[in-house]
Design a protein around this ligand. Structure first.
Ligand code: AMP
Ligand code: GLY
Length: 421
């Protein structure tokens, strides 16, 4: 089978790595990929905004199956487009991708299907938002109704913070908008919960804990994710049952009621309080870096599982997981998530070899004249499988030190809530 993966991050490198283990795979392409995928697949540099160009390439290479990594092409309808050209694609269609594309769309589903989530108010103008603030309790959360890679979310401790957020959003900081969302601030612990679905059946696809803030102790600015570990220490049978019954099942019922089906990974960002789940947001894809952490734990042939999803055949498979702890630490360019330098060489990469328990997945890298250059904020993902998170973290930090990249930094406290030292 010839497979193409769309995307260029650590998630896509981890997917390519896992798919390559399958005997069913003949060729793998990454569009556009990075320096890591270039070593294990064929990278094709392409403008992903242009679906026609994408189709031409897929058709010319006789691709059997396309896997879409990031949210942007999903929300823009790449699945609908490729399906209309008779190409098999793994990922949700445009209409259901609104689960990530519009927080208001998801909140309306939560309301109709009584899905536990933060209380909210949809505001259609600045005046309405300011009026609401005058009698609101703080802290609260103000959100732009866009995909802004986590940047459209403002946690507001006082009224002045909320006023600033409202001015930013209606001022067009995240594009032209007619609406925003104001939410109750939820207390608790966050967890990333995943399922994989073929449109008829779904299976759980493990859990992870992501560290989104740039600084040690979860402080400072929000990022795409500085590290993660799997499984989450919060999960237990009772909680999983509640998540499925109160959140996932009603959401899939809402998808059916729209005349749609959900094919792909679905990622529920949850807040857990007293073993009760609340939905913060949906993402219509795997998380990044959660994917890098979760995939090395899978004990199935991933090509078989994803192909089964595209053939509405998932019910015949049982997804199995290694009884290991997995951790990922992200090495970033100094300055991230704000300004950082680009095209900086990463030397010494050969000092750290991947093995069956240690992986390096590339993110913002590019191979130029046989040199690996950092071109993005999040650059390399170091993943380790071990019997406990503490030794896993030590081993990762050893590997990062071997590379000793002076242009980079990382959080050395990933997993601090489950490591007592
Ligand atoms: P989102 O993009 O909606 O996932 O929000 C980004 C981050 O903001 C989440 O991962 C949470 O850490 C935080 N957040 C969002 N909504 C809430 C809420 N209602 N209560 C508390 N924290 C929130
Ligand atoms: N790690 C957060 C995300 O993928 O959205």
């Amino acid at each position: 089978m010839k497979i193409a993966i769309i995307g260029s991050g650590g998630r896509e490198h981890a997917l390519a790595h896992q798919l390559r283990k399958s005997s069913k795979l003949s060729e793998i392409y990454c569009i556009p990929g990075n320096a890591g995928t270039e070593k294990i697949s064929i990278n094709i540099d392409l403008n992903l905004e242009n679906f026609h160009e994408l189709y031409e390439v897929l058709n010319e290479k006789k691709i059997d199956l396309v896997i879409v990594g990031p949210e942007k092409p999903l929300v823009e309808g790449v699945v609908d487009f490729l399906e209309s050209k008779n190409i098999k694609v793994f990922g949700p269609r445009k209409k259901v991708s609104q689960l990530e594309g519009s927080k208001i769309f998801t909140k309306k589903i939560c309301d109709k299907y009584k899905i536990p989530t933060a209380n909210f108010k949809i505001c259609n103008s600045k005046d309405e938002a300011f009026e609401f603030l005058s009698s609101a309790n703080f802290p609260l959360v103000v959100k732009a109704d866009v995909i802004a890679a986590g940047k459209g979310v403002y946690i507001c401790k006082k009224i002045q913070d909320a006023e600033l957020a409202i001015n930013d959003i209606f001022g067009g900081k995240f594009g032209k908008t007619e609406q925003l969302l104001i939410e109750e601030f939820l207390e608790g612990d966050e967890m990333s919960f995943f399922i994989i679905s073929d449109g008829i059946t779904y299976k759980t696809f493990n859990t992870a804990q992501d560290h989104k803030r740039v600084g040690e102790g979860d402080t400072g600015m929000n990022t795409g994710g500085m590290g993660a570990y799997s499984p989450s220490s919060l999960i237990n049978n009772e909680l999983e049952d509640k998540i499925l019954k109160k959140i996932i099942d009603p959401t899939l019922k809402a998808v059916s009621a729209m005349g749609e089906k959900y094919v792909g990974f679905l990622y529920a960002g949850l807040m857990i309080k007293n073993n009760e789940p609340f939905l913060i947001e949906y993402n219509v894809r795997m998380g990044d870096p959660e994917c890098q952490t979760i995939l090395p734990l899978i004990d199935n042939d991933l090509v078989e599982i994803i192909d089964a999803c595209c053939n509405s055949n998932l019910k015949h498979y049982e997804i199995k997981w290694k009884n290991k702890k997995s951790m990922c630490i992200v090495l970033c360019s100094k300055g991230y998530p704000e300004k950082y330098n680009k095209n900086i060489e990463i030397k010494n990469l050969n000092e750290s070899e991947s093995s069956e328990k240690h992986y390096i997945f590339h993110a913002g890298t590019k191979l130029v004249n046989n040199k690996v250059l950092a071109i993005g904020g999040r650059v390399l993902n170091f993943v380790n499988l071990s019997d406990n998170f503490s030794s896993g973290r030590k081993e990762i930090i050893n590997e990062i030190k071997k590379i000793n990249w002076e242009g980079g930094f990382y959080r050395s406290d990933i997993g601090y809530k489950v490591i007592n030292e």
